[in-house]
Design a protein around this ligand. Structure first.
Ligand code: IPM
Ligand code: MG
Length: 351
């Protein structure tokens, strides 16, 4: 079993270190190879996603990814900015399905930005499309008819792109509470109209799943009004980016949300994928030793489950994380004082 480890920028290295320690503690005989990504890769090799990194990624069964983003790179051409590392990996490896589970851990109900009686009910997964939408459309700057400079980004989805992510979401719903909410903006956008028509067509193959459609503005509202309503949320790249950050605050901290980015390629042990916390590089707190590593540790659990077939090990990590939180070992993001390494220690002890 081979994992490519890509710590990246900002708090990426410190949170990834703890996840690697957790994997090591399980003693599963996994080989881990480090690779450079993001701003640090740009500084070392002149590119945020060097060819050697892509080679290491392709040779592995899964990727454990920290975070990318570095304010020192803000003035670079877009294709050289740190974010291109993660966007490039998702695209080059056809990792089109991003699963972002959000549920409230026992004992943390009062840490949510929502009232405990509402937050208690959160147990959902956002299935976000990752290879299309306005993220990957034609973009640029131009001079308009009035002689003014304008920026543009084209939003589009092809039917086949919507079909493949819809199948992932329907299957996810079948494995859960069989309710799927497809989020779009079909009252305004043609891209969303095609999205909705396509999801309805795919639904015919999943009669056991209850499908509903929601406009994204309403979904943002319902997510804080009544998050318990949602089981599986299917949405595009841009809306999924926004709604998943929102879901994290409903849970209590963005430092708790893990993610899996999957495609169709199978390895010897499972589905090839990339696993990362949904938070970014948080340059303001980088190196201070108090970033919460739990989102990355939970991402490692997803990696073991989906890409390496190590279901029991994944269960053990998730139980150890739940116990750590339940025992009140909380980082600053949750009003506690535990540092990054201390939280990592607490999880390892509880394994
Ligand atoms: C995420 C992040 C990325 C995204 C950035 C870093 C490019 O916000 O994974 O949610 O927008 O997809
Ligand atoms: Mg995001």
């Amino acid at each position: 079993m081979k994992i490519a480890v890509m710590p990246g920028d900002g708090i990426g290295p410190e949170v990834t270190r703890e996840a690697v320690r957790v994997i090591d503690a399980l003693d599963l005989g996994i080989t881990m190879t480090h690779a450079d990504v993001g701003g640090m890769a740009y500084h070392a090799h002149g590119h945020p996603l060097p060819p050697a990194t892509l080679d290491i990624a392709s040779a592995a069964d899964a990727i454990l990814f920290g975070a990318v983003g570095d304010p020192a790179c803000d003035a670079l051409d877009r294709h050289l900015r740190p974010e291109q590392a993660i966007l490039g990996l998702r695209k080059a490896l056809t990792l089109f399905a991003n699963l972002r589970p959000a549920r409230v851990f026992a004992g943390l109900e009062s840490h949510s930005a929502l009232r405990p009686e509402i937050s208690r009910l959160i147990d959902l997964v956002i299935v976000r499309e990752l290879n299309g939408d306005v993220y990957f459309g034609e973009k640029g700057f131009r001079t308009n008819a009035a002689g003014e400079r304008e920026g543009y980004d084209v939003m589009s989805y092809a039917t086949s792109e919507v079909e493949r992510i819809a199948h992932v979401a329907f299957r996810a719903a079948q494995g859960r509470n069989k309710r799927l909410c497809s989020v779009d903006k079909a009252n305004v956008l043609e891209t969303s109209q095609l999205w909705r028509d396509t999801v309805i067509a795919v639904a015919a193959q999943y009669p056991d799943v209850a499908l509903e459609h929601m406009y994204v503005d309403n979904a943002a509202m319902q997510l804080v009004r009544n998050p318990g309503h949602f089981d599986v949320v299917l949405t595009g790249n841009l809306f999924g980016d926004i709604l998943s950050d929102q879901a994290s605050m409903c849970v209590g901290s963005i430092g708790l949300l893990a993610s899996a980015s999957l495609g169709e390629r199978q390895t010897e042990f499972g589905t090839f994928g990339l696993y990362e916390p949904i938070h970014g590089s948080a340059p303001d707190i980088a190196g201070k030793g108090y970033a919460n590593p739990l989102a990355t540790i939970l991402s490692a659990a997803m990696l073991l489950r989906h890409s390496l077939g190590q279901v029991a090990a994944a269960d053990r990590i998730e139980a150890a994380v739940a116990a750590t939180l339940h025992d009140g070992v909380l980082g600053r993001d949750l009003g506690g004082t535990a540092g990054t390494a201390e939280i990592g220690d607490a999880v390892v002890t509880r394994l």
